[in-house]
Design a binder for this molecule. Structure first.
Ligand code: FMN
Length: 371
């Protein structure tokens, strides 16, 4: 602690653990005095960060597709969202999130004292190429993957099953906001393996681990956006309960972040809406038209629509926003469905049902007319 600062500036909270930690993890010299020799670091990098000796491993699928969105579009349309539909995501989507989030995407080779070394590099950067963040996916609704708690093994691109079961209620025991969990398809729990990074960086390791988690989190945010999935970072949880759920001690390894992911609800959030009976697309033979009194304001991944004369408004997200943007008075419903199928990965039958419900709802609320 730099005592002089206490006299020159407003007194900081002397006993603030955060202030104390920050002061004590400052670099005081440009000469790096790590805890390991270069050779030691290489040996350390070669080790798997964490490996569970469980017999059930679920292989992940190397993503076989590339989305067509521009990099810029993905960044500007990234938003936090929840209010999931409850629809499962596919095993390939789960694999995509983990691969582009934190998968092994390359190797680095080094020659040191007559020996060649190669160690894996990942989609997210990590201080010292020491990947000290672990991801534990809690699978709730993923087609072809049994619900349960898993550990992501990046080097082998597989999941290790730690415990089977639907853990939605256990998650509710430690997450502050249930809406992050309701109907989500998967929750990623991130932990920091502190001694792993401390070996090289000592007290500074904790800072680096949190930064590493941020990079992974953003990769996952962008990957989910590319797949048109809803995604939310979640920092509000009871640490000790979460650590107990994960079976970790909370000292050497502790939960440091979480993310919830799932399919979007068509039509966005509108708490006044009640479930309506399912209708069939064939009912709508006429081309729906936007009511002449409707105003709308497109946002990056949503559109706000309102009727000033009626005093009603609605925010439409995801595929609902896409549907809205395609209603031009010329396209019939088949043409709208075809345009969406080109852009979104959705089963034609599901889309037909969603589109039909969407049009019903918009007509009922007098945003659309078929007259
Ligand atoms: C580390 C981190 C933790 C977060 N924790 C929560 C959370 O617990 N609950 C929540 O509703 N949103 C959470 N968020 C989402 C932020 O509220 C959101 O990113 C912010 O409002 C900006 O909105 P945007 O992501 O849509 O741009 C978190 C985001 C980050 C990066």
């Amino acid at each position: 602690m730099n005592i002089l600062r206490l006299f020159n500036q407003p007194l900081p909270d002397y006993f603030s653990p955060a202030e104390f930690y920050h002061e004590n993890s400052k670099n005081a010299s440009k000469i790096f005095k790590g805890g390991l020799s270069n050779e030691g670091v290489i040996e350390h990098q070669l080790k798997l960060t964490k490996h569970y000796d469980t017999s059930i491993k679920v292989p992940l699928i190397s993503p076989s597709f590339q989305t067509q969105h521009s990099y810029e579009k993905i960044i500007t349309s990234r938003r936090t969202g929840y209010g999931h539909s409850g629809e499962p995501i596919s095993a390939e989507e789960l694999s995509y999130l983990l691969y582009y989030g934190y998968g092994v995407t390359g190797t680095a080779s080094m020659h040191w004292k007559g020996k060649d070394y190669a160690y894996p590099l990942r989609a997210a950067p990590a201080g010292g190429a020491l990947y000290s963040v672990e991801i534990y996916p809690v699978v709730l609704s993923v087609t072809g993957v049994e619900p349960g708690l898993y550990h992501f093994e990046a080097e082998r691109f597989q999941l290790a099953l730690l415990k089977r079961g639907d853990f939605r209620n256990s998650l509710k025991d430690f997450f502050m906001q249930e809406e992050l969990l309701n109907h989500a398809a998967v929750i990623f729990l991130f932990t920091g393996l502190f001694p792993h990074k401390e070996k090289k960086y000592g007290q500074r390791a904790y800072r680096l681990i949190l930064l590493d988690a941020g990079h992974i989190g953003e990769n996952i945010y962008l990957s989910a956006t590319a797949l048109h999935l809803l995604v939310a970072g979640a920092g509000g949880y009871l640490d000790d309960v979460a650590n107990e759920f994960l079976g970790i001690d909370g000292v050497h390894e502790a939960m440091i972040h979480a993310m919830s992911i799932g399919k979007a609800k068509v039509g966005g959030r509108d708490s006044t809406d009640k479930e309506q009976p399912k209708e069939n697309l064939s009912k709508w033979t006429k081309v729906p038209m936007i009511h002449e009194r409707v105003k709308d304001q497109p946002l990056s991944n949503a559109v706000i629509i309102w009727r000033p004369d009626l005093g009603t408004s609605l925010t439409i997200e995801g595929t609902g926003a896409a549907m809205w943007s395609l209603i031009d008075g010329k396209r019939n419903l088949r043409a709208i469905a075809d345009a969406i199928l080109e852009e979104y990965e959705v089963a034609p039958e599901t889309l037909e049902e969603e589109l039909s419900q969407f049009i019903d709802r918009m007509v009922r609320k007098e945003y659309l007319t078929t007259d």
